[in-house]
Write a protein that binds this ligand. Sequence first.
Ligand code: 13P
Length: 247
Amino acid sequence: MARRKLIAGNWKMNGHLDHLRELHGIEKAAKSHADVDVAICPPATLIAPAVQRTPGLTIGGQDCHEEDRGAHTGCVAAPMLAEAGAKCVIVGHSERRADQGESDADVQGKALAAHRHGLQAIICVGETEEQRDAGEAEAVVTAQIAGSVPPEATADWLVIAYEPVWAIGTGRIPTIDDVAAIHAAIRAKLGDIIGGEADGVRILYGGSMNGDNASDLLAVDNVDGGLVGGASLSADKFVPIIEAAAG
Ligand code: 13P
């Protein structure tokens, strides 16, 4: 089935108000490539000003709590993101799984919270280098899918991002064959969990995606877009990835 490509930028813990100037070039590229969905996930403090300055661009969060309110100092709830104007939220990024000890069950709860408040959930999965070297990449990733994806998820609000941990910020990427194999395995596992809805779910690749490698990665079967870290911080580096997705 034809799935619209999605190119999403994850600014991680980078950027201040003055950095939002980069969004204008990204918004312009998004408008001129209307066949591609484009989103930027800045730090939570920048969501509302980003929405205000570039209303034509989809803005998202980088995490949300599984509960809607409560005594959770420092956390951000999905309805808060929605109120700020976010339309999507990344959940279960490997940096949060590692730094905050998030489990698959936590990630599933976060995805459900996102959906309760009308946000698309971008669930991240990916193996470490040790796991890949041990030949466990596919088993690790499909187990993360099984634990993190809510059985009630549908293609209109679920997005998966496959991000091998060892490819994030390193300039290294898997072979095209390895990407194809993992994305196919993810699609098959999604089918076990959500049935026919799996066909419509976008599966993004993330990890050192840039203007030079995006065309090759985006041409792989079952690669429906990218989740981009470093190269999303400037319009000059991000726009070529949008253009590659537009084909
Ligand atoms: P890089 O594109 O900087 O490797 O980061 C990928 C990532 O973690 C996006 O969520």
